[in-house]
Every structure is written in C-alpha cells, then in structure tokens.
Design a protein around this ligand. Structure first.
Ligand code: FO1
Length: 318
C-alpha cells in the first residue's frame, strides 16, 4: 500500500523514540505518521522472535508500556521465565508473561511466511494503533558489538548480550550491522521518505538505533536528498544520554558525546537539530556545521512536554 503524500516519517529506536512519538501523535493525526523502526536489536530467545524497539513503540503508543522500567508492559509478571529456570536455560533477558504473547504471535506468523512488516502491521492493529509502524527492513540485520575485556581479549557480542546480559559494562571497540549490506528497505519506506512532508530522527541512540536504519541501502541516500525536510532531536543533553548507553558507544567510536557530536554525525542528511535548553551555549557550534539549531526543553517528563517538543521539532523544518 503506498503511503499518502505528505506523511510524516519518523526514524525510531526504542524508549526515547516511543516517548517522542507519543507526543507527536498529540499534535498531528496519528494516521499521518509512519514510524520506521530499528530492528537490529532483534534476537531469538527460547525460539521466539523478539523485536524490542517495535514493541517499545507499540506498547507506548497503546498506553500499555511499563514507564518506570522503560521496556515491556505495565503490570507484567515473569512466571514463565521463572518456570524456565528449571530447565537450566539462560533467563537473563526479561520476557514477561504478557509480552510473551506478542513474541509467540510474531514467531508463528513469521514461521507462516508472513514478512515482518506485515506482522508488525497486524500487531499495531491489534493494539488499536492508528500510527503506522514499519520495520526498517524485512531482512535480518543484527548489531554486533566488539568489546575488550579487562584481560585485553576481544569478543563480539549481540546487542542484547552486551546491553542486558553484560549491563553495557565491557568497553566497546567496534560496532557492525551484520546483514545490512544485503538488506532491502521494508516495502513503502523509500517512497514514504521521498514524499514525506517532514522526516524526524527521533531522540534515539545514534549508533545502535539510528545507525542500523541508515545502514540499510537506500535509506541514507533518501534522507540526503530530502535534507531540508529532515530534523533530528538530540538524545544527548548536557553531554550525557537522557537514557541508555549512547555514551558507551559514541565516545569509543570517535563521536563527541554532545549535541554537537550528534549534529556532526547527522549533518549530511539533517538540515536542523533540536537541542536541549541546557545546551543553548552550544547552538553556535551546531550552526557552524551547517545544521540549524532549535533550542527547547527536550526532557520528556510528561506526554504534554513530549507534545510541545514535537511541535517545536516540526516547526524547525516547516
Ligand atoms: N532491557 C533490559 O535492560 N533488561 C531486560 O531484561 C530486557 C528485556 C526485554 C524484553 C523484551 C523487550 O522488548 C525489551 C527488553 N529490554 C530489556 C529492553 C531492550 O533490551 C532495549 O531497551 C532495546 O533493545 C534498546 O532499544
């Protein structure tokens, strides 16, 4: 199905993006928003296909997410995971009992041969969403993180192994997106980027949330062609990520952990960037990179603040 002319496309990772989108759909019709979501964090646990970022966005837009925890469903229980411990299998990835229903459904549909983009649409409809969610690709792309141990030895870990099992503790020396070179954008993504009135890069981790989306051939090029319509929201405030491990990745990979570093990483394809009020004295450095800086409150303490941030973000490229 072709997306309507004038849609608003948002490139999204997990919880930061989900909160931003929750604000965005308060200021534009939810049906006008197409969220292109990172799937390089996806993994298989106990034979089930888990798509953390797609689920974070779905649950948050449905008003069902666990706000305090930052992932999963509100009022979740973990009886199944507890019961699995009997079988001496790894249970470090916290799959809740209700959340498991989503993974069971997704796994069965993928097994039936339905592409992830179609399964994602089915899940979004089941949760009552008007906003359209699409994975960046229907193909398998997986973030792989090379770390160095205290002993000096290097290992390559899957994203969830590094982030959840090892609590983002091992030092990062490299990141790659396995499978990205051969991946194709999900159906409709490139058309939507070409016709979108505005393209927003949500406040998500630039390396492991936005990076994999940009690595899918054709997506970065489509953004470059629409640079004057592309606006990013910095996930870095006052020299630190609002949440998550972005600083553990950006620093070692040579990106300054600041809104200026984000602007430098995005300048080829983003005409404007929204930075937090605490970073107002860095606006001139951002603008010196050829990226327009818009200064506002970016900490989404409430859906109202997220809506106000979304309004300012859209105005930046209006
Ligand atoms: N994050 C954690 O820190 N610990 C977990 O046990 C965990 C389980 C989990 C289960 C399902 C899901 O969709 C997400 C989950 N997350 C968990 C979040 C996830 O690791 C990350 O937040 C994203 O991959 C990064 O965007």
């Amino acid at each position: 199905m072709p997306y309507r002319q004038g849609v608003l496309v948002a490139l999204a990772g997990g919880v930061g993006a989900a909160r931003f989108l929750r604000g965005l759909v308060r200021v534009v019709p939810p049906g006008d928003v197409l969220a292109v979501v990172n799937t390089a964090d996806d993994d298989t646990f106990h034979g089930l296909s888990v798509s953390p970022d797609l689920d974070s966005v779905t649950y948050t837009l449905a008003g069902a997410s666990n706000q305090a925890q930052g992932w999963g469903l509100e009022g979740e229980t973990f009886a199944t995971l507890g019961a699995l411990e009997r079988y001496d299998v790894p249970t470090w990835f916290g799959l809740g009992d209700k959340d498991l229903a989503t993974h069971l459904f997704r796994t069965q549909r993928l097994h039936d041969g339905v592409p992830l983009s179609a399964v994602t649409a089915e899940i979004a409809i089941a949760w009552g969403l008007e906003t359209r969610l699409v994975p960046m690709t229907d193909d398998r792309v997986a973030t792989r993180i090379t770390v160095r141990d205290d002993t000096g030895a290097t290992r390559e870990l899957a994203m969830q192994e590094w982030f959840v099992r090892e609590r983002a503790a091992p030092s990062v020396i490299a990141v790659r997106f396995d499978g990205a070179d051969a991946a194709r954008p999900a159906p409709g993504v490139i058309d939507a980027l070409h016709s979108a009135a505005t393209i927003v890069i949500c406040p998500s981790n630039p390396i492991i949330s936005i990076g994999p989306i940009l690595a899918v051939p054709g997506i970065r090029e489509a953004l470059v062609a629409r640079r004057d319509r592309v606006v990013a929201v910095s996930p870095i405030v006052g020299g630190a990520p609002v949440r998550g491990p972005a600083d553990r990745l950006m620093g070692p990979l040579g990106i300054d952990v600041s809104c200026v570093g984000v602007a430098r990483a995005y300048r080829d394809f983003a005409g404007a960037i929204v930075i937090d009020a605490v970073d107002r004295d860095r606006a001139a450095e951002v603008e010196a990179l050829g990226v327009r800086a818009v200064v506002t409150d970016t900490i989404m303490r409430s859906p109202e603040i997220a809506a106000s941030l979304a309004r300012e973000t859209l105005a930046a490229v209006a």
